[in-house]
Design a protein around this ligand. Structure first.
Ligand code: COA
Length: 263
């Protein structure tokens, strides 16, 4: 059961159909060591099949950091093989978030740097506290981003802006991240969770089948092997065999709120 699982580096909780994941390494600015990434992946995968959970909020403990990057102390002495494995595993964790059939919102206070920004970018929606700071400072360490930062940053803010941030290692404030399209909303520091909950409360009323399908279709655009338009055509057609689609259209015509069962 999701609620009962204990993890080493994260806290989890289920409340009002929302699964909360809090990275719990505050003294290290929630730096992402391998164990943290493993814990996040296992927690996210655990709710894939759930019909009770309608969304996920991922945040960092404290107000100073969402996550200040991959754990530099851990990887500083890695060799080529270990570095390659670290990156491949990081990609797999972030893909598990991006492909989660329920909406995942990153509630970001403080620093979202390097792997922290990459983690936030793997989520479907990002809410930033007004003191949050974003950036990919890896080149300061003489390395490139390893958790798909070069890919997702360009997808979210465009190639030119992404290249500038990646090459200068500049940290940008929340408002600038909003203007660039890196975050969806900027809110006062104490409202990142409530804003995330407000968005999920809207999504929760929709058909879970339709929400999962939207996620698949949008993600398909970025999958090299897939044609996003074809994925959408197939997904759309399949809804004509679902109960939720019948309920949605009948409820509209009967001028009432739809009661979706996820079937
Ligand atoms: N990996 C490992 N430990 C980290 C870390 C990271 N990415 N980011 C912060 N920490 C640790 C610090 O080592 C320190 O630990 P200590 O108290 O045991 O010495 C603790 O978190 C607090 O960080 P500190 O640097 O003292 O805080 P600060 O307010 O002076 O600076 C930052 C904050 C974010 C500017 C600074 O911590 C930083 O530059 N971090 C690295 C960011 C980065 O390069 N990320 C990309 C990694 S690929």
């Amino acid at each position: 059961m999701t609620t009962a699982t204990m993890y080493e580096t994260i806290l989890t909780e289920v409340k009002n159909e929302i699964f909360y994941i809090t990275i719990n390494r505050e003294s290290k600015l929630n730096a992402l060591n391998i164990q943290t990434l493993t814990d996040i992946k296992n927690a996210v995968l655990s709710i894939y099949p759930s019909t009770d959970i309608k969304g996920v909020i991922l945040t960092g403990a404290g107000e100073k950091a969402f996550a200040a990057g991959a754990d530099i102390a851990e990887f500083a002495n890695f060799n080529v093989e270990e570095g390659t494995r670290m990156s491949a595993e990081g990609h797999a964790v972030l893909n598990a978030i991006e492909n989660c059939p329920k909406p995942v919102i990153a509630a970001v206070n403080g620093f979202a740097l390097g792997g922290g920004n990459e983690l936030a970018m793997a989520c479907h929606i990002r809410i930033a506290g007004e003191k949050a700071k974003f950036g990919q400072p890896e080149v300061n360490l003489g390395i490139t981003p390893g958790y798909a930062g070069t890919q997702r940053l360009a997808q979210l803010i465009g190639k030119g802006r992404a290249l500038e941030l990646l090459m200068t290692a500049d940290l940008i404030p929340a408002q600038r991240a909003y203007e660039m399209g890196l975050v969806n909303h900027v809110v006062p520091v104490d409202q990142v969770i409530t804003k995330s909950e407000e968005i999920l409360s809207k999504i929760k009323t929709k058909s879970p089948l339709a929400i999962a399908s939207v996620i698949r279709c949008v993600n398909a655009h970025y999958e090299k092997k897939l044609d996003g338009n074809n994925v959408e055509i197939n997904e759309f057609g399949n809804f004509f065999g679902s109960e939720d689609f019948k309920e949605g259209t009948v409820a509209f015509m009967e001028k009432r709120k739809a009661d979706f069962k996820g079937k």
